[in-house]
Design a protein around this ligand. Structure first.
Ligand code: ZN
Length: 259
């Protein structure tokens, strides 16, 4: 059954996407780091903003909330209960279900700590809004949580059906793929993906959403246990990395931080 809504990226800052979910009259915005481009998009589409979905407390994800509330005082604002983001009207925990009734869309809340401690993701109708947790061919930096938390959060997302569309919050795909090719140089999926992503960027198009199936086949942060990554991890470390998946993930994330 075709979806009753469309999802379009609103570019913001250097490389953020604010995802606008809308039908022909009503709209919701995911992670509005700034209000101006959202207001412009709403005006152009003759859309009324009904609500906001927040994944975590960083300013580039929620900096536009106050201004949007000033324009639309009755907004429903969903956000993580663990982060108390100002303006939140409905704090959420893992397993909560929310209904964007005018869009005929029900979303389930996942808790995915690591990038921040209270980070949540929203999942429904094969769409995943995952903020700064999973990126196309990469993952978010671990600012507040532990590598173990991020590892388990990513494992939760990797277990979703292959066709799940990944609406992450940044256009990092080309640089993530360049790092992935160093870690996993013989993965044919990575080579195809890099060609596609470079062509999309050359045309000025977003590389998103990606799909969970592709992430599972090609994203090194979901594949840290794979033996194909061992030579690069050993070389980076200067000694054998061993087989423990969490250790391998931790080394990979530390390496990426230096790139
Ligand atoms: Zn963030």
């Amino acid at each position: 059954m075709p979806n009753s809504f469309s999802i379009v990226p609103i570019p913001a800052f250097a490389d953020n996407y604010l995802w606008l979910v809308h039908n022909d009259r009503k709209a919701w915005i995911v992670d509005p780091g700034e209000a101006a481009p959202v207001l412009t998009a709403l005006q152009r589409g003759h859309l009324e903003l009904e609500g906001i979905l927040l994944t975590h407390h960083h300013a580039d994800h929620c900096g536009g909330v106050a201004e949007l509330r000033a324009h639309f005082p009755d907004l429903t604002i969903y956000g993580p209960a663990a982060e108390a983001i100002p303006g939140t009207t409905h704090p959420l925990r893992a397993g909560d279900e929310i209904s964007l009734t005018s869009l005929d869309l029900t979303l389930t809340v996942l808790e995915v700590p690591g990038h921040t401690l209270g980070h949540v993701a929203y999942l429904g109708q094969d769409c995943l809004f995952c903020g700064d947790t999973l990126f196309a061919a990469g993952c978010g930096r671990i600012f507040e949580g532990t590598p173990a938390q991020m590892f388990h959060s990513l494992a939760q997302l990797a277990a979703l059906p292959d066709e799940t569309a990944v609406y992450c919050a940044h256009e990092y795909t080309v640089s993530n793929l360049a790092f992935a090719a160093r870690v996993d140089p013989h993965n044919p999926e990575l080579q195809d993906w890099a060609r596609e992503a470079r062509a999309q960027r050359a045309r000025g198009e977003p590389t998103l959403p990606s799909r969970i199936g592709r992430e599972r086949r090609a994203n090194p942060f979901l594949r840290s246990a794979d033996a194909a990554l061992t030579p690069a991890l050993d070389h980076y470390l200067g000694h054998p990395v061993g087989t423990d998946p969490l250790t391998r993930f931790t080394v990979l994330r530390a390496w990426k931080n230096q790139c």
